[in-house]
Write a protein that binds this ligand. Structure first.
Ligand SMILES: [Cu+2]
Length: 156
C-alpha cells in the first residue's frame, strides 16, 4: 500500500511536469511536496498505517499494563478483547484461571484454564471474550498471582 502511494506520487509528479511545462517552477515545487507526503506515508509504521478501528459492534481492546499491581474488577462486552503488556524485564505470562483463587500450579484444562501468553521477559498477549461470563487471568510465574497479578473481567 505504502509503495503504491509512493509510486502514485512519483507518477503524479511526472504527469504534472509533462502536462504543464510553462509553470515548471511552481509545479516542481508542488511535485516535491507530493513526493515528501508519499515518503512520509511510506515511512509511517505508526497510526497512519494502522487499520481503521471497526464499528463498535466488532469490539474494543482493553490494554492492561501487566505487573505487580492491584487490579480493580473490569467490565467488557462480548467481542471485546484484553491485551496484557509487560516489558519491565521481570518475566511474566498470562494464564486464564477458573476463578479468583490463585492456583497452586498452572497446567492447561480448557476452557477455563489455559495459557494466554507464555512467560517471557517482555511480552504482549491478547484474549478475546467470545461469551458472556466471568473471566479471571493471572500470571503463571510462581508467586506472582498472590502478589497481585490477578484480574477479573465480567463480560456481558
Ligand atoms: Cu508475573
Amino acid at each position: 500500500m505504502a509503495v503504491t502511494r509512493l509510486c502514485c506520487a512519483a507518477l503524479l509528479l511526472a504527469v504534472c511536469a509533462t502536462a504543464m511545462p510553462a509553470h515548471g517552477q511552481s509545479l516542481s515545487h508542488q511535485g516535491r511536496r507530493l513526493f515528501q507526503m508519499g515518503g512520509m506515508m511510506a515511512a509511517g509504521p505508526g497510526p497512519a498505517e494502522a487499520p481503521a478501528p471497526g464499528p463498535a459492534s466488532e469490539g474494543m481492546d482493553i490494554a492492561l499494563d501487566w505487573g505487580f499491581n492491584t487490579y480493580p474488577d473490569e467490565e467488557a462486552m462480548v467481542g471485546d478483547s484484553v491485551t496484557f503488556n509487560w516489558n519491565g524485564g521481570t518475566p511474566h505470562g498470562v494464564y486464564r484461571i477458573p476463578d479468583g483463587t490463585c492456583p497452586s500450579s498452572f497446567s492447561p484444562a480448557p476452557p477455563t484454564m489455559e495459557e494466554v501468553g507464555a512467560v517471557a521477559g517482555e511480552g504482549s498477549a491478547t484474549f478475546k471474550f467470545d461469551a458472556p461470563g466471568d473471566y479471571w487471568f493471572a500470571c503463571q510465574v510462581s508467586g506472582h498471582c498472590a502478589s497481585g497479578m490477578l484480574v477479573k473481567f465480567t463480560v456481558a
